[in-house]
Design a protein around this ligand. Structure first.
Ligand code: AHR
Length: 658
């Protein structure tokens, strides 16, 4: 975020003409509601190449030869059509003995020659000049004599970095060797070549390449630039692993957290249900879940981001948009047990079975899990029947764990059925999903103003403004969409006594490999950009406050009068008053806020996200078309005059004294 502390700019924006009475907002700090620390969070799902090929920093596609086509992503020399290839490179399938890691590559060289493997990466391999990349091979030598050279090539097939692995151990079972490769030139579209020198025989179970500079420098970790964007949002929670992927297109392919922990070779490759194309219709047959980013990495990430983990678990239903398979209630116990075991994995001490596993994986400390979602987007009596079984088991063992319950995917008849049943059952938290048009978001900013204050808390588990309509490939992350979300969020903040969590969805998308649009952060193999929606989310999270207070116009919430939406919060930790205002019209506006009994210090900051063009959007080529700007303002007296730019979201932070 740019911080232009230029008072001149401010003068253009603020403290313009005096406003008339209709433009006078009043703050009343005696009406206050706590804002949960979890309020603004994140939703992660491996959709749009968010995980494999995205934030999980592995650069090699099909690194373990476990894709259904074992050579997918790999070129070989001799080539695939060459009969000699089968003598030299053979894929051995031992799925009966090793179901989680069924395949490996056998390399059998009788006569030294020019034999090699080439990996194309995820649409190319991007490397940066002077950066270091860690090549790893998991191997077993049966006849010594082969040495290996790993090379990184640029788009013109020039070698920009290489390392030799000469000291391979013989006859000692599976071994791992690594080498650091320093790259001499930047390339966005490179590849990796593994050359086999000499003659001999060896088996290879994994070939891997990671940047050394991952997030927190963890070996085999996450892309630092992308995680930094999450850290910059200071999220309150991280929902994981989805999304529809929780349910799977079939029960068989559902997400099972126990299959995502431990050594990589024990994490069985799974299909990715988004490989069939989703909204974009672009099938990606090479899109799988390696689970390199699994549940331990997820909990660690929450720890890094200092946010609450919010795992969502399968409840015995596969995706209800698809086949909607339903696990018989007679066979639901293992699903419920998975939930109980996850709590123990996160919170159990080292004497418990799953707490001991966590410790053995290198994390003796507990993760202090406080909530779990039962089902992602599920609905109907079949959901309720299973939810009750989960609830009974979890609450009797872990009464303090809060359960998130689903209302389905949209405010439709199923939603209303679920909402009424869940309220009768007095559930903890109801998860609502809204993928709607700008108009819907503007119109629904008052949605919770008259909700039951005694009922369950509300979690906006997934929402995003779709510029055209849900499922349309022309949806863009426009400034208008960001403003519609901001307007809606003013209503969430105003109702912070019942709305305790909210997350935009989805979080990430690869600019060429996506199945869903819009998304919060777009990236390619090398770089990324923030959308206007990202900045709205960030501005709310960084300016969360501890209590929402009343901001009104004629005793009514500011929710669309004169195309303005607004809310106010205090931060009792550091004595601040925070006002957030959306102007969704093409004209600049002058408003005033009566600060009442607030004792404001002279200087405040104002951050503005504005564009004269409501369809403006950022892109990889132009990442800064819409960006927030911050400046200082001086406050004189009790009436704060505010000039609102056309199509803008403005956050004013006022320091107060007692
Ligand atoms: O966020 C994309 C998808 O939208 C999620 O996977 C699903 O829960 C919802 O329908």
């Amino acid at each position: 975020m740019k911080s232009n502390r230029i008072i001149l700019l401010l003068a253009a924006i603020l403290f313009v003409h005096a406003a008339n009475a209709q433009d006078m907002y009043t703050i009343n700090t005696s009406v206050k509601k706590p804002i949960a620390p979890t309020m603004w969070g994140l939703f992660f799902e491996d959709i749009n190449r968010s995980g494999d090929g995205g934030v999980y920093a592995e650069l090699i596609k099909n690194r373990s030869f476990d894709f259904p086509d074992a050579f997918m992503g790999w070129g070989v020399q001799p080539s695939r059509g060459d009969y000699a290839r089968n003598d030299i490179f053979q894929v051995i399938n031992q799925s009966a003995d090793y179901p989680n890691d069924p395949k490996y590559l056998q390399v059998n060289i009788a006569k030294a020659g020019n034999y090699l493997l080439v990996n194309e990466g995820f649409g190319g391999i991007a490397v940066k000049k002077n950066s270091v990349y860690v090549f790893t091979i998991l191997y077993r030598v049966t006849v010594p004599g082969i040495s290996i050279t790993a090379e990184i090539l640029n788009a013109s097939n020039q070698v920009v970095g290489s390392a030799e692995i000469t000291s391979l151990k013989t006859g000692e079972g599976w071994q791992s060797a690594t080498a650091n490769i320093t790259v001499s030139d930047t390339t966005a579209d490179g590849k990796m070549v593994v050359r086999f020198n000499g003659a001999g025989k060896m088996d290879i179970d994994r070939l891997s390449l990671f940047p050394i500079d991952t997030w927190q420098k963890r070996p085999g970790g996450l892309r630092a630039d992308l995680v930094q964007k999450l850290a910059d949002m200071q999220p309150g929670f991280l929902r994981f692993p989805g999304g529809c992927i929780v349910e799977g297109e079939s029960i068989e392919s559902r997400y099972q957290w126990k299959k995502t922990i431990g050594p990589l070779e024990e994490r069985k490759l799974n299909s990715n249900q988004w490989s069939s194309g989703g909204a974009s219709g672009k099938a990606m047959p090479d899109y799988f879940q390696s689970y390199g980013l699994g549940f331990l990495e997820y909990f660690q990430l929450c720890e890094d981001l200092q946010c609450e983990p919010l795992p969502i678990l399968n409840c015995g239903l596969s995706c209800q948009f698809g086949a909607g398979e339903v696990v018989s209630v007679n066979e639901i116990d293992p699903y419920v047990q998975d939930a109980l075991d996850l709590v123990e994995f996160a919170n159990g001490d080292e004497h418990t079975k799953w707490g001991a596993k966590r410790a053995a994986l290198g994390h003796p400390g507990k993760f202090n899990l406080k909530m779990i979602g039962i089902g992602n987007e599920n609905w109907g009596p079949q959901y309720m029947e299973r939810l009750r079984l989960f609830t009974k088991a979890i609450k009797s063992r872990y009464p303090s764990i809060q359960l998130i319950t689903s209302t389905g995917y949209s405010p439709n008849p199923q939603f209303h059925y679920m909402d009424s049943v869940l309220r009768k059952e007095k559930v903890d938290i109801i998860d609502e999903h809204y993928y709607q048009t700008p108009k819907w978001f503007f119109m629904n900013a008052g949605k919770y103003d008259h909700s039951d204050r005694q009922g369950p808390k509300i979690f906006l588990g997934e929402y995003a403004c779709h510029s055209v309509r849900i499922g349309n490939t022309g949806n863009k992350n426009t400034q208008l969409c960001a403003l519609a979300e901001a307007a809606f969020m003013t209503g969430l903040e105003r109702n912070s006594d019942i709305v305790t969590m909210a997350a935009y969805a989805p979080l990430f998308a690869h600019v060429t490999d996506w199945q869903w649009t819009p998304n919060l952060i777009w990236f390619d193999n090398d770089t990324s950009y923030n959308t206007p929606s990202y900045y709205v989310q960030q501005l709310f999270a960084l300016n969360r406050g501890t209590h929402s207070v009343e901001l009104s116009l004629d005793n009514k919430p500011v929710a669309g009068q004169d195309s303005v939406w607004a809310c106010a919060a205090t931060d009792e930790r550091n004595g601040e008053m925070i006002i957030k205002i959306v102007n969704a019209s093409a004209t600049a506006k002058n408003k005033q806020v009566n600060l009442g009994n607030i004792k404001a210090k002279k200087t405040a900051t104002v951050t503005v996200l504005a564009s004269s063009d409501p369809s403006a959007a950022n892109s990889i080529e132009s990442p800064s078309v819409v960006e927030p700007r911050t400046s200082d303002i001086t406050i004189n007296g009790k009436k704060l005059a505010i000039g609102l730019a056309p199509y803008s979201f403005t956050v004013i932070k006022i320091k107060t004294t007692k």
